[in-house]
Design a binder for this molecule. Structure first.
Ligand SMILES: [Zn+2]
Length: 240
């Protein structure tokens, strides 16, 4: 949720109740809803929130969505509390998945990337190809390093176990896992991450690194030769 003390926006409300509770607790009016893709855990609260608040809904131009909504695509702009959020199309997890990026929210950029980029990992390829997903992740990795990465699931520790199996010799990754373990042990979120951190530790943004190439070849040399390192990592993670 983003709010200015009066109006609030939420991203990917899979459930209306916690949003309504937060609105009531902080005496906020829901002005808008941003949706990244069609999966129910991102959309199931949309209809109830629209009915309760009249909030305007924005979502991907290509996906089956709870109507009515404003459909947006690459480089469209959504004004959120006076801040311009740019739409970035990031197909791979789903065919029409989009992300929302703003260059300055309280002096630092913010990215809402749904199920495309997670801390230490990426979404499964339900509707897209590895080539599409890699291109989408490269778009996000090119954003400023200070960009806060607001993904929609706290999968960090599980992702980092896989990342360390792939790249055990990465000291930044080892240190980040320790930091995230401490956060989770005290029931705190590891999110948001940053683009700079993900470039340093996320194997799906690092598939050109020598240690990662060697690990992918070790997992399945034939698959790696045929489909490349990124596709091999994604297959490996699905079985990990
Ligand atoms: Zn999803």
């Amino acid at each position: 949720m983003l709010h200015d003390g009066q109006a609030a926006w939420v991203v990917d409300p899979g459930d209306a109740d916690p949003v309504l509770q937060a609105l009531a607790a902080h005496q906020l009016r829901l002005a808008g809803i941003l949706v990244t893709h069609h999966h129910p855990d991102h959309t199931a609260g949309v209809a109830a929130l629209r009915a309760a608040t009249g909030a305007q809904v924005y979502g991907p131009r290509l996906e089956k969505m709870p109507e009515p909504l404003v459909r947006v695509g690459q480089d469209d702009r959504v004004d959120v509390l006076g801040m311009p959020f740019q739409v970035i199309e990031v197909p791979g997890h789903t065919a029409g998945h989009i992300a929302y990026y703003c260059a300055a929210v309280d002096d630092a950029p913010v990215l809402f990337c749904g199920d495309t980029l997670f801390s230490g990992g990426c979404g499964r390829l339900f509707e897209g190809t590895p080539v599409q997903m890699l291109a989408s992740l490269e778009k996000l990795a090119a954003l400023p390093g200070s960009t806060r990465v607001c993904c929609t699931h706290e999968y960090t520790l599980s992702n980092l176990r896989f990342a360390l199996a792939v790249e055990p010799g990465n000291p930044a990754l080892v240190a980040y896992q320790q930091r995230c373990q401490l956060l989770r042990a005290s029931d705190q979120a590891t999110l948001p991450s940053t683009i700079a951190m993900e470039r340093a530790i996320n194997p799906f943004l690092r598939s050109g690194e020598a240690e990662i190439v060697a690990s992918a070849l070790g997992f399945d040399p034939a698959l790696c030769a045929q489909q490349g390192v990124f596709a091999t990592l994604r297959t490996w993670k699905n079985q990990f």
